[in-house]
Design a protein around this ligand. Structure first.
Ligand code: G
Ligand code: G
Ligand code: MN
Ligand code: NA
Length: 256
């Protein structure tokens, strides 16, 4: 498999990089954190999105070393920003974990090692896990989530509504935050029903002591509807696209 060889080489040659998309508090307009988003700077093909290579990386198992690189790089970046004292308001760093990463045997040990190496306080790290990763093995997922929570690592359920949509299962898992998938936000003002579905998700999550992040916010109208529904955070092109580290850092300088 050519892509497999390419991905291995990319790791060795340090061709991966991270972009950072801000996550905004809807109440204050401040940056609450960033989501780290992987990019591959291919010597011939230019910048490649994870959608094009993560499925192959999952299949070959390369997602494990790539994912550990992402985690370390993201923790290092936040630590560097903290060391520069660029901001007063605490910022969190969100990192995506795929199904395979979430079920790797040494996940906790690997995370502990990265936290130790980077010296980032683990309460600033947020992990984004999909419903499918959790539902693949709910019992072991619950245990793993609890171990992460014991370390004060923040836990988000990503792309909510696209997987099992298991509203009835949510209470079983020790999660802090729910990210509503952008397909719901996209349709928010289309029908009364869409709005009511989002309202129901938000109400339930609040009952379970989870905060809500709306993904894919692209318009002022979506923003104001989400605010009126009590959604805490938003992420999307309306605020900012995923940014290069320098551009993300420049935004932080303006973060009151
Ligand atoms: O950034 P972009 O829209 O191209 O991302 C496409 C998909 O790739 C998204 O579903 C996102 O969650 C996923 N993704 C981005 N970065 C990472 C990463 O570092 N690890 C994993 N597992 N998935 C990622
Ligand atoms: O699956 P996940 O939520 O991690 O995917 C994040 C991806 O969503 C990023 O790759 C990013 O490029 C994309 N994204 C971020 N904001 C927007 C937006 O406002 N609109 C759309 N269509 N995609 C977005
Ligand atoms: Mn995500
Ligand atoms: Na998502």
């Amino acid at each position: 498999l050519e892509l497999d060889t390419d991905l291995r080489r990319a790791l060795h040659r340090e061709e991966f990089l991270l972009y950072y998309q801000p996550i905004i508090s809807l109440a204050t307009g401040r940056i609450n954190g960033f989501e780290a988003l992987l990019r591959w700077s291919h010597p011939q093909k230019g910048l490649i999105s994870p959608g094009e290579f993560i499925p192959a990386a999952e299949e070959t198992g390369l997602i494990i070393p790539i994912g550990l690189w992402v985690l370390k790089e993201a923790c290092q970046q936040l630590k560097a920003w903290q060391n520069q004292a660029l901001f007063k308001h605490p910022i969190k760093m969100s990192v995506n974990l795929s199904v395979k990463q979430f079920s790797q045997v040494n996940l906790i040990q690997n995370i502990d090692k990265i936290i130790l190496q980077t010296q980032l306080n683990s309460s600033y790290l947020k992990l984004e896990i999909t419903e499918s990763a959790i539902m693949e093995n709910p019992e072991s997922a619950t245990e793993l989530l609890q171990q992460l929570r014991d370390r004060e690592i923040q836990l988000s359920i990503d792309d909510f509504g696209t997987g099992y949509s298991s509203l009835s299962y949510l209470h079983r898992f020790p999660l802090h935050n729910l990210k509503i998938d952008r397909s719901f936000i996209h349709r928010i003002s289309e029908t009364r029903q869409n709005l009511e579905i989002i309202q129901a998700i938000i109400t339930l999550a609040h009952h379970l002591n989870m905060t809500i992040t709306a993904e894919g916010v692209e318009t002022a109208e979506q923003l104001s509807l989400l605010r009126s529904l009590g959604c805490e955070e938003g992420q999307g092109y309306y605020f900012a696209r995923p940014l290069e580290p320098n551009a993300a850092q420049a935004l932080l300088l303006d973060n009151p």
